[in-house]
Design a protein around this ligand. Structure first.
Ligand code: GLN
Length: 312
């Protein structure tokens, strides 16, 4: 009980500190629907190994999880095809923007990792194989509702439509991969899956709950049931650390020191192996498309709670 109060206190302190700050970055505007979000929103939620939840600010408000969804589609693709996934997508940090076209050309249509847009589109294509897009999206939602233990999670269709209308760069990436045979389904179907899973709306609380299996060796810590093998959880965490923030991944590891995945909706999901899962939401972004205040908040939280995986 005392520990729960201590964690809640730290979360509230960080929320208060972040309220004072004015350096919030810019809300993503290339997806018109996201440009409408108020940059002053801020939410934070932590779930620890005992299942205690601490929340602050707008932690219960659903927002567009965007690229955070790539963690969960990667989990599903690995469940479906296992190691064979790595013939279609690499696992090295890109050091390039999340929507880089030039890198894909240099590397003959094989995306550098599953978290840049090209890599996540290839992952969507893998999960889609043998299904209709509606079935694949149903499977993604079913998995998220299961791991978050919350049946209310849904897709925001306005965001999906907004991106479908304006996602010309993703269309270019997908067509380019198609020319190398890296995309097997019709491009418009694969992109339909990709845009819709990026448009899933979740709150900080739901996201932190959904990532518990990554923080606890592939198991749901409340039931003890295995979600994925421990080795797979370890590897997904490694990819989050090295690739989860695109060309800002080194900076995130340097400052926060935990595996994390950002989205242009302003969310960041963090995994503290053996200890906790955490989600933050602050819609203003930095130059790499990562939540500016979100990173600063996680840096403060990680320092206060001794979370860095690199030592105290
Ligand atoms: N749906 C977004 C896009 O494709 C995801 C990008 C992100 O969150 N980094 O551009």
């Amino acid at each position: 009980m005392a520990q729960a109060q201590a964690m809640q206190r730290v979360v509230e302190d960080v929320v208060d500190e972040m309220r004072q700050r004015s350096d919030r970055g810019e809300v993503a505007s290339y997806i018109p629907e996201l440009a409408k979000i108020d940059p002053r929103r801020f939410g934070l939620a932590v779930v620890d190994a005992e299942g205690r939840v601490a929340t602050g600010g707008d932690a219960e408000e659903p927002f567009s999880i965007q690229s955070i969804s790539k963690v969960f589609t990667l989990t599903l693709a690995l469940g479906k095809v296992g190691e064979r996934l790595w013939t279609r997508v690499g696992r090295e940090p890109s050091g390039s923007p999340f929507n880089s076209i030039v890198q894909l050309e240099n590397e003959k249509g094989i995306p550098r990792n599953p978290f840049i847009n090209a890599g996540a589109i290839a992952v969507s294509d893998v999960i889609l194989a043998g299904h209709q897009p509606r079935e694949t999206l149903g499977e993604i939602l079913h998995f998220l509702r299961h791991v978050a233990d919350d049946p209310a999670i849904a897709i925001d269709n306005d965001v999906a439509a907004s991106e479908q209308r304006t996602g010309f760069r993703n269309l270019a990436l997908a067509n380019y991969m198609k020319s190398f045979g890296v995309i097997e389904n019709p491009v418009h179907l694969t992109l339909g899956v990709y845009f819709h899973h990026c448009a899933i709306a979740m709150s900080c609380r739901q996201l932190a709950m959904a990532a518990r299996f990554l923080a606890h060796s592939g198991r749901d810590p409340s039931s003890g049931h295995s979600v994925i093998p421990a080795e797979r959880a370890r590897r997904i965490n490694a990819l989050m650390l090295t690739c989860g923030h695109y060309d800002g991944s080194g900076e995130f590891a340097f400052r926060v020191g935990i595996p994390g995945k950002s989205g242009v909706g302003g969310g960041i999901l963090g995994v503290v192996p053996g200890k906790a899962s955490v989600a933050v939401w602050a819609p203003g972004l930095d130059a790499s498309g990562n939540s500016r205040l979100g990173r600063i908040a996680l840096e403060a939280l990680s320092r206060r709670l001794g979370w860095s995986i690199f030592g105290a």
